[in-house]
Design a protein around this ligand. Structure first.
Ligand code: SF4
Ligand code: ZN
Length: 321
């Protein structure tokens, strides 16, 4: 039986792209993959000449592939790339991620720096959760982790003197987040994941998402075709029930409409444009003000990380007395 060939050349097809039924061999898959990421970078002007780009590398598939991609694409540009990893202190999980992050940085030939919750905030995530649990105040692990990680990522980017921080959020993540905000009645929250960094503050290093239009499936394939090892084990805390349900619904829906992900992203982009052009009186999130605790940019008077840290400190004091 003759195997189907690539739509562009005579090599055997390695993937049938679901949304336009184009068949791609490995070589043309790689070419299309890089082209799409470059298009995203150009579309939102994510990088500028002479930028120093910090890539957040957790060791998972998205970040490992992102580092490889950015290094390949930026070869032609006058930019510098550095890998940074946040060590949350999640026992039995983060150790392995660090190993893969280190491997990815070595392979890409870039400097790699690790920043830990323990060094910066005085407790690992595991310890902080135990302390907060005792106080009966514990929310989901991700709620705390996300707050601390965003803050540390920003500080780390400043320490390494980066102009931008690139993260591996992919099209699936972004579309899920938009739908989740919509279903929670909080569509305005979507503006926080605006692909074009809008907040201007000398202390805030703009975060950019070059994989906004790249699907999870493409990222897994790219890692596979290019022999990029990554941590497959998910974080033990990652039971985000709500996101799981959205993911299932979307998977089912996309069996009939494989380009639904892109429709959701296009809708969000149209909203961003409306807000940017101020055409409909939508409220643009306020510019940040300095946090009373640490001086970092914050939407309210005190950043969430400082608020949680003060809870942890209070709990520790109670324990001692
Ligand atoms: Fe942190 Fe939650 Fe991600 Fe685990 S799944 S690394 S706890 S945000
Ligand atoms: Zn081909």
């Amino acid at each position: 039986m003759k195997l189907p060939t690539c739509t562009t050349c005579d090599r055997p097809a390695a993937w049938l792209r679901p949304w336009d039924r184009v068949r791609l061999c490995k070589m043309h898959f790689n070419e299309a993959f890089l082209k799409r990421v470059q298009k995203t970078i150009n579309r939102y002007r994510l990088f500028e000449r002479n930028d120093r780009i910090a890539v957040g590398v957790s060791g998972g598939k998205d970040s490992v592939v992102l580092l490889d991609t950015i290094v390949r694409l930026q070869k032609k540009h006058h930019t510098e790339v550095i890998a940074i990893t946040i060590d949350e202190g999640i026992s039995g999980y983060r150790e392995d991620g660090l190993k893969y992050a280190k491997m990815a940085a070595e392979r890409a030939g870039v400097e790699h720096r690790v920043f830990s919750f323990k060094d910066r905030f005085g407790s690992t995530l595991d310890d902080a959760l135990i302390i907060l649990e005792q106080n009966g105040q514990r929310l989901g692990a991700c709620a705390y982790c996300g707050v601390f990680r965003r803050k540390l990522l920003n500080e780390a980017a400043r320490i390494v003197e980066a102009d931008k921080v690139a993260t591996g959020h992919n099209a699936d993540d972004e579309a899920q987040t938009i739908l989740m905000n919509l279903l929670r009645g909080d569509i305005l929250k979507t503006f926080r994941s605006d692909p074009v960094p809008r907040f201007k503050d000398p202390l805030f290093v703009p975060r950019v998402k070059p994989f906004r239009w790249t699907t999870e499936q493409e990222i897994v394939l790219y890692a596979h075709f290019n022999n990029l090892p990554y941590q497959e084990m998910p974080c033990p805390n990652s039971v985000e029930a709500h996101r799981g349900i959205i993911r299932e619904i979307m998977t089912q829906y996309m069996e009939h409409s494989p380009d639904a992900l892109f429709s959701i992203l296009s809708s969000a982009d149209k909203l961003f444009e409306l807000v940017q052009n101020g055409k409909n009186g939508l409220v643009v999130p306020e510019n940040p003000t300095p946090c009373k605790g640490c001086g970092e940019p914050s939407a309210t008077g005190m950043c969430k990380a400082c608020a949680i840290q003060s809870k942890i400190a209070k709990q520790k004091r109670l324990k001692i007395s």
